[in-house]
Design a protein around this ligand. Structure first.
Ligand SMILES: Cc1ncc(COP(=O)(O)O)c(C=O)c1O
Length: 404
């Protein structure tokens, strides 16, 4: 195609003109997608190896999910929780069963699920544990990413995310991720929860040392503290099991879910916990106009059913091995480390070669979309519908970029 006939450059400029610059997207303008592939306004195809930060675990426009959305659009889209609708019960029952918990509380974005978890833990602390009013604390990890609200950025250790957004919400203690001794030290009689990602996604797909999550579970049980697992990015099949915690045989007191729960169609998040925890909320104490709406429930129920088959978890485990093996072969050839679980990988580039951003731009030119983080790290999280051939293709493109 003749360069000056491309629509992309003008479309990129257009997209920037009337928006706050709170993102620095790759210069690709996507207009359609199917499965693991997206197509831009100039008809060029790209293998999507970010999958909406795991919001697209089932690929773009999974036929079952699209059919559920279409059918629901023709019947009922919103009621608010002032009334009950006919999609609500199935969603809550089936998601609770998938989580092995009594109850769920639906919200919309991941950050809202995290906020919900924090509120529930504090209320549980005052009403069940007996913490004196206003004294509750929650222990979190360095390098965390739980969202963007003022409370959540209050305990971020990433200055870009946090600086100049104070005054900050008190009541959080930050300890090094993976350090059980530091966690034990930080917990006191006013601690109501430990809030952790079982694998830190935004930090670069950082997997904690073996035994850490069971250790956190043990400490929380011994000290009467809730273990809240933020599985918003790591959960729902991404790591080869339904939840990343499962891989270490750990069951938290509360799951925070989001992203893939909405099937890449609508924002759906949820908190799942047993009655002794989520049961502390009474009418009027928490809610959301859109949380648990009929369209969201119709799509998310099908997401839960797809996961209940186990097929996507198996694909992630099996294909993940192929992806990891292929990328490990590039250590010493431009990569210094490869880590992760299932179809979720953090790649550390040799920083003398190029930045993560530069590598993602070159990958884009080769038809693969990925996202950098923290300087010289790239994250790959392709849809779980990706095939073996497509994985080999992605690895070959990474190798070609590294080879210059
Ligand atoms: C672990 C984790 N928690 C929470 C969030 C926030 O989700 P949302 O962007 O939907 O608010 C994210 C988003 O990347 C995440 O990765």
């Amino acid at each position: 195609m003749i360069e000056d006939m491309l629509r992309t450059p003008a479309a990129v400029q257009d997209a920037e003109r009337h928006t706050a610059h709170n993102y620095h997207p790759l210069p690709v303008v996507i207009s359609s997608a199917e499965g693991a592939w997206v197509t831009d306004v100039d008809g060029r195809r790209y293998l999507d190896c970010l999958a909406g930060y795991s919001a697209l675990n089932f690929g773009h426009r999974h036929p079952t999910l699209i059919a559920a959305a279409h059918a629901q659009l023709d019947k009922l889209t919103l009621t608010s929780r002032a009334f009950i609708h006919d999609q609500f019960a199935d969603f809550c029952r089936e998601l609770a069963a998938l989580c092995g918990k009594d109850l769920v509380l639906p919200m919309n974005t991941g950050a809202e699920a995290v906020e919900t978890g924090i509120k529930v833990a504090r209320k549980w602390g005052y009403q069940v544990k007996g913490v004196p009013g206003g004294q509750a604390n929650i222990v979190v990890a360095e390098g965390n990413f739980h969202g963007r609200t003022t409370t959540i950025v209050s305990f971020s250790t990433d200055e870009d995310a946090r600086a100049d957004f104070g005054p900050y919400t008190p009541g959080f203690r930050v300890v090094p991720y993976g350090d059980l001794a530091a966690l034990a030290e930080a917990i006191d009689e006013h601690t109501v929860a430990v809030l952790l990602e079982p694998i830190q996604g935004e930090q670069g797909v950082v997997v904690p040392p073996e035994g850490y999550l069971p250790g956190v579970r043990r400490l929380c049980t011994e000290r009467d503290v809730l273990f809240i697992a933020d599985e918003i990015q790591s959960g729902l099949g991404r790591t080869g099991t339904t939840f990343a915690c499962e891989q270490e045989g750990v069951v938290p007191d509360m799951y925070l879910l989001g992203k893939a729960l909405g099937g890449g169609i609508v924002p759906v998040s949820a908190v799942a916990a047993d009655t002794d925890v989520l049961g502390v909320l009474r009418p009027g104490q928490h809610g959301s106009t859109f949380g648990g709406n009929p369209l969201a429930c119709a799509v998310a129920t099908e997401v839960v059913r797809l996961l209940a088959t186990g097929e996507f978890q198996r694909r992630s485990a099996d294909l993940g091995e192929r992806l990891h093996a292929g990328l490990r072969g590039l250590i010493g050839k431009g990569l210094v480390a490869v880590r992760g679980r299932g179809l979720w990988v953090g790649l550390d580039l040799d920083p003398s070669l190029m930045s993560g951003r530069e590598a993602c731009e070159r990958l884009m030119e080769r038809g693969v979309l990925a996202k950098d983080t923290h300087g010289s790290t790239i994250r790959l999280a392709p849809p779980l519908v990706i095939t073996e051939e497509e994985i080999d293709h992605a690895v070959a493109q990474v190798a070609a970029v590294l080879a210059g």
